[in-house]
Design a protein around this ligand. Structure first.
Ligand SMILES: [Zn+2]
Length: 250
């Protein structure tokens, strides 16, 4: 019964507010991981992107203006991680706030002596537990051409991670996945990368991954979708765990 209502709603949405062919073609042209999918997965991604535009509120601030093609592009990036999971994985939050550039939230940090300091962290993206996703638009477009990077996928990975509590690099795993194996693989890779970094070796992944287990999962997820061959070559076990979690082989 619920499924029937849901399907009817979805059909009505796709009839009334479809992503038209030219906009979809442009989104594929601008989103490499989506371009690499086969036709059937692209069709699924298009439905998910339509749902994303319907269910989430895209809110440009500080004078940023987005046209329809920009909105479709953002939705396309955002739905790659849930291509094989389903839209339910993005339930429970509503807003995507978009800044015209990297942003510096006004926050404070209290040190061990109890002294409060203002922080000056410049961010390209941020995801709140049950709150908004915040993104810098030039970074959504990857205007600095950083290979393997995708700030939208990064923040969406944090969203998935936070479905079962604080972001800790441990999203809700599927029934057939082994929690111990996930921990073994990710902490093993983490230790090896830290060792490599200590020895001055160049890392196959953005060193920001070593900030915390949550960042490791988010950065590895970016690379999984944007540069899967590099991840598979250098961190094959991490690639395999992510393939099981996202149910995809990009
Ligand atoms: Zn992060």
């Amino acid at each position: 019964m619920f499924n029937a209502i849901r399907n009817w709603r979805l059909k009505r949405l796709l009839d009334r507010r479809p992503i038209g062919e030219p906009l979809w073609g442009e989104a594929l042209r601008r989103c490499a991981p989506a371009r690499r999918l086969d036709a059937s997965d692209q069709a699924t991604l298009r439905v998910l992107a339509t749902l994303f535009l319907d269910r989430k509120s895209l809110e440009p601030v500080q004078g940023l203006e987005l046209d329809e093609a920009d909105r479709v592009l953002l939705a396309t990036h955002a739905c790659l991680p849930i291509l094989k999971l389903g839209f339910d994985w993005y339930d429970g939050w509503y807003s995507v706030i978009l800044y015209p550039d990297a942003f510096m939230p006004r926050r404070t940090r209290t040190d061990a002596a109890g002294v409060v300091h203002p922080t000056h962290d410049v961010l390209t993206g941020e995801a709140w537990g049950r709150g908004p996703v915040i993104l810098s638009w030039p970074d959504v477009l990857n205007e600095h051409n950083r290979p393997g990077h995708n700030v939208v996928i990064h923040e969406m990975a944090h969203k998935l991670d936070m479905l079962n509590g604080a972001a800790n690099g441990f999203p809700p795993l599927h029934r057939r996945m082994d929690r111990r194996e996930w921990t073994r693989v990710f902490s093993g890779a983490w230790d090896r990368l830290r060792e490599d970094r200590r020895n001055g070796a160049e890392l196959p992944i953005d060193p920001y991954a070593l900030e915390s287990p949550a960042e490791f999962f988010a950065v590895a997820s970016e690379q999984f979708f944007e540069d899967p061959a590099v991840l598979r070559r250098h961190l094959p076990e991490v690639y395999r765990q992510l393939a099981q979690f996202y149910r995809q082989h990009p």
